[in-house]
Design a protein around this ligand. Sequence first.
Ligand SMILES: *Cc1c(COP(=O)(O)O)cnc(C)c1O
Length: 417
Amino acid sequence: MTSLPENKRLAIHGGTPVRHKLLPYGRHSLDSADIDAVVEVLKSDWLTTGPKVEEFEERLAERVGAQHAISFSSGTAALHGTAFAAKLESGDEAITTPLTFCATANCVLYQGASPIFADISPDTLNLDPAKVLEKITPRTKAIFAVDYAGHPAELDKLQALAKNQGALLIEDASHALGAIYKGERIGSIADMTVFSFHPVKHITTGEGGMVTTNDSKLAETLRRFRNHGISSEARQRQEAGQWHYEMVLLGFNYRLTDIACALGISQLEKLDENLRRRRELAAAYTAAFRDLALLEVPAVHKESDPAWHLYPVRLNLETLTATRSEVFQALRAENIGVNVHYVPVHLHPYYRDRFGTKEGDFPVAEDAYERLISLPMFHSMTQQDMRDVIEAIVKVSSHYQLSDAKGERSRLLGARG
Ligand SMILES: *Cc1c(COP(=O)(O)O)cnc(C)c1O
């Protein structure tokens, strides 16, 4: 138990860590059914673009309530597909959030168009529709919303803004497979929705991605784009006994293999259980931390049921004698594998150099970034893992708690110059 003084001493100061083995912030879950499904494909006639691709696409479309699903070799390739299908090109603009993985904005650059950042809402850290409105110009062709941590963006308002402008709403739902917004499933709402099957996401295919849409024109373009721009697939030709094919647009080889799709089909069967566990962990964290003055738990809107890819807390730095970086290191020393999501995209050297973006451009995103720490959140976490995280957070944050909030803070700030 933790009553010994030795256990109160932070591991970073030589005390005993809360746990002996590092708990990662995210991790895939694979079982023997997943492995068998892959082995079966390895023994079959099709390793790529065979029956498993179609089956995975159909099942995912059905799961999220969309008419079409088009698989890609990664979430990033899928994002590139949406930027192409939205007809983004040089001179066009697409509005997106700075608080995301860089791939969301990069896909706009792949098309030669300009990513235009808009600041986020301080509660959910999703795109603020009022800030998006300020950034709309006659050149705006798309809005790329991100469902940060798995909490749906304000899709109704963003869809209305996009429609008004004749632009498309594209949703990067890499965090949000299984999330619900106003009773509707994520994947059936925006003009195009992107999912990722990277191993830290809800379900994995190793690498992989998917676009879902209810628009058959967009679906056709996406299918061609991921296959060199060719208007038919090798399997269709083989089955029809044909050799002739036509390339009708400039695409890429962004295909997902049958091997990967067999894994995806098998993983999808466990999505509900995965979501249930994530929601349970999130509820336990929120109950444990709600009354801690030292941090803020993630906000959840009434009309949303998040998918909890991440559980990001924000430190109330005003009540702490430490910076985020010190708290982060202290939690790592306790063997709690925390992470930070994300370095705001406009602050990456590439964006600074190319677009002249800088600190101060997006104050809400930057303030959040200074405070954010993602706690471990994945399907196979045990109750003991969860208790370790809670214990470590309480241990570390109470160590760094200001006793005399005002005096201590100014003394520290003074001492640091
Ligand atoms: C994971 C992720 C991506 C990229 O997906 P990959 O499958 O790794 O290419 C894009 N956007 C967000 C928000 C992500 O979390």
